[in-house]
Ligand binder design. Structure first.
Ligand SMILES: Nc1ncnc2c1ncn2[C@@H]1O[C@H](COP(=O)(O)OP(=O)(O)OP(=O)(O)O)[C@@H](O)[C@H]1O
Ligand SMILES: [Mg+2]
Length: 286
C-alpha cells in the first residue's frame, strides 16, 4: 500500500471535493480527507487534524453498521486515506433528524418556526420547542446540487422519477436503522447524535451501498448528553459539538455568501474547533 501512497502523492487528484481529494483508481477510489473546513458551500478554514478524524471516525462507524448495509470502504492505507468501491452516486442526501434544530434555510427548526407543519412525508404537531426531541426520527432528503441543496420529500423523489419507489423505501428504512444504531452507540458514550446526513450509491451489481462518510462531526450534529435536559428546560442552547460558532464569526465579519475573498478565521476559534473534533473522536471511537 505504501507504493500506492507514494504514487498518489506524486499525482494531482482527479477530483477535489470541498473536503476530500479524490483519486480515480478504476473500480476503486482513494478518498483522502484533508483538513479543509467548509461552510456556506466554500472553504472557510484549515482545521489541524480534522482529516484524520473524519477518516477514522467513518472507519469506526462503517464497521459498526456493516450488518445493516454494505458500505464502500475497502482499506485504510493511512489515517487520512480510504480506498473505497467506486459507486454510482444516488443524487440525494438523506438527512435523518432526531431533534428539531438548526438555523439555515433547509433546517427543520427554521421551517417550523416559519409556520410549516406539513413536511410532505410527515407532519409535526403544534408547540414544539427549539432543540426538542421528536417523537420519532424523521427523514428529510435534499437534492445534491451545486447551486444550494433543496428539501425534497420522498413522494416527490418518486413522482419526479429521481429513483424508483422500492429503492426509495429501502433507502429510507436503511437510513432510519443506521441512525438508530448511531444514536445508541453515541448515547452509551455520553453523546446525543442529533441529526446526520447519509449518501448512498449503487455498486457494480446494483446493490445499495453506503458511501462517503458516516456519523462524523462534519456530517452530523452531536450534543453532550449529560447537560441536554437541564439546558433544554431552561431554554438554553445545548452544549453542542458544532460548526456554528465559526459560521457565526464569518457572518459577523464578512459576507460569506458573496465576498470573493474571506478574512482568515481567528486562530483561537480554529483551535477550539480542532479540540472539539478531537474530543468527540476520542470519546466515541475509543
Ligand atoms: N464510493 C463512492 N463512489 C463515488 N463517489 C463517492 C463515493 N464516496 C463518496 N463519493 C463522493 O465523493 C465526494 C467526497 O468529497 P467531499 O467530502 O470533499 O465532497 P463534498 O464537499 O462533501 O461534496 P462536493 O464537493 O461534491 O459538493 C462527494 O461528492 C461524494 O458524493
Ligand atoms: Mg462530503
Amino acid at each position: 500500500m505504501s507504493t500506492l501512497l507514494t504514487e498518489l502523492s506524486n499525482k494531482n487528484p482527479d477530483t477535489k471535493g470541498k473536503v476530500r481529494d479524490i483519486y480515480d483508481l478504476g473500480e476503486k477510489l482513494a478518498l483522502v480527507a484533508s483538513d479543509r473546513h467548509s461552510s456556506f458551500d466554500r472553504i472557510i478554514a484549515e482545521v489541524p487534524g480534522k482529516g484524520k478524524i473524519l477518516n477514522l471516525m467513518s472507519k469506526f462507524w462503517f464497521e459498526k453498521t456493516k450488518d445493516i448495509i454494505q458500505n464502500h470502504a475497502l482499506e485504510y492505507p493511512d489515517e487520512r486515506t480510504m480506498i473505497a468501491k467506486k459507486c454510482k452516486v444516488i443524487p440525494i442526501e438523506i438527512i435523518v433528524r432526531g431533534y428539531i434544530t438548526g438555523v439555515t434555510s433547509t433546517s427543520l427548526w427554521t421551517n417550523y418556526k416559519n409556520g410549516q407543519r406539513d413536511f410532505g412525508d410527515f407532519k409535526l404537531e403544534e408547540e414544539i420547542k427549539k432543540n426538542q426531541k421528536l417523537p420519532e426520527p424523521v427523514v428529510t432528503p435534499t437534492t445534491k446540487s451545486n447551486t444550494g441543496d433543496e428539501n425534497i420529500s420522498f413522494s416527490e423523489i418518486i413522482s419526479r422519477n429521481i429513483i424508483e419507489e422500492s429503492l426509495a423505501n429501502k433507502i429510507r428504512e436503511t437510513a432510519l436503522k443506521l441512525f438508530k444504531r448511531g444514536q445508541e452507540i453515541s448515547e452509551s458514550k455520553g453523546w446525543i447524535l442529533v441529526d446526520t446526513k447519509y449518501e448512498f450509491g449503487l455498486d457494480e451489481n446494483n446493490q445499495l451501498t453506503l458511501i462517503d462518510e458516516i456519523h462524523t462531526p462534519d456530517s452530523s450534529r452531536f450534543w453532550r448528553l449529560s447537560s441536554y435536559q437541564e439546558k433544554f428546560n431552561k431554554s438554553e442552547e445545548p452544549e453542542a459539538f458544532d460548526k456554528e460558532f465559526l459560521r457565526l464569526w464569518f457572518k459577523e465579519n464578512c459576507n460569506p455568501y458573496s465576498d470573493e475573498l474571506l478574512p482568515e478565521a481567528p486562530e483561537e476559534l480554529v483551535k477550539k474547533l480542532a479540540e472539539k473534533y478531537q474530543e468527540i473522536y476520542q470519546s466515541i471511537c475509543n
